[in-house]
Design a protein around this ligand. Structure first.
Ligand code: ATP
Ligand code: MG
Length: 233
């Protein structure tokens, strides 16, 4: 199976090579855990490798996302990618799922975009009256993206920093992969971490590993421990 680079140093090692092409991956986490950064970095890395990407924001203004990235990270060539439309950040104006699908269809079928991000899929729920309709349409959307050879990431917001106690939502069963981002607490320590909860067709590591936010973006440390033995007592 073909795999593509996640664009995040250390993560491909954890994934056993990268994200399988055409997978739909859910990136979940609490507020400020790095979901938007993860997705933008996935697109930035893709654009560097010649794969065009779109970021569809249902939450923040597209302009504010781009400005925050520019203010926070030093990503050489990012501005040029934006100018060349190798990386496009867009919003969806109408709260209408058909319109939303039209926007996506135009970009992936006619304009050759192959990495697609939806931030956040939690907000897609407001298009639908009931969970069944939501699930059906998210399933169709994921299938549609696959058909057009797109690898996609949907983000999902969690109210807590830790996975403990969070129940799995319908969309988690639809996706091919789930990656959790954490901001773990131990006494007065706060440690950013991530975990691959599932990734179909991959022999991925099953452990929680530390990650850091740096000027270059998110970096994952696949061989390090989140808490050292001494800090666990
Ligand atoms: N170099 C850095 N050092 C420390 N913290 C950083 C650094 N770069 C980014 N951060 C922090 O990392 C976090 C990542 O934010 P990001 O917007 O990606 O998360 P998010 O999960 O999408 O948040 P939200 O819940 O608001 O959507 C921010 O809180 C930011 O301040
Ligand atoms: Mg965000």
């Amino acid at each position: 199976m073909d795999k593509i680079g996640a664009g995040i140093p250390g993560l491909d090692e954890l994934l056993g090579g990268g994200i399988p092409k055409r997978h739909n991956v859910l990136v979940c986490g609490g507020p400020g855990t790095g979901k938007t950064t993860f997705c933008m970095q996935f697109l930035y890395g893709g654009a560097k490798a010649g794969e065009k990407g779109i970021f569809i924001s249902l939450e923040e203004e597209p302009e504010s996302i781009v400005n925050n990235i520019r203010a926070t990270y030093q990503w050489p060539g990012f501005d040029e990618q934006m100018r060349n439309k190798d990386l496009v950040v867009t919003g969806v104006e109408k709260f209408n799922f058909e319109h939303f699908m039209d926007v996506i269809q135009d970009l992936v079928s006619d304009q050759g975009y192959s990495r697609v991000v939806i931030d956040s899929s939690t907000l897609l729920k407001i298009y639908f009256d009931n969970p069944l309709e939501f699930r059906k349409n998210v399933f169709n959307l994921a299938g549609f993206l696959k058909k057009f050879d797109c690898t996609s990431i949907f983000t999902a917001e969690f109210p807590h920093m830790e996975r403990k106690g969070t129940s799995f939502d319908l969309e988690h069963f639809v996706s091919d992969g789930i990656i959790f981002l954490y901001n773990l607490e131990k006494g007065n320590l706060r440690v950013r971490a991530c975990e691959i909860v599932k990734m179909r067709a991959c022999e991925h590591a099953s452990k929680v590993v530390p990650l850091k936010m740096t000027k270059q973006g998110m970096v994952v440390f696949p061989t390090e421990q989140v808490f050292s033995e001494s800090s666990m007592h």
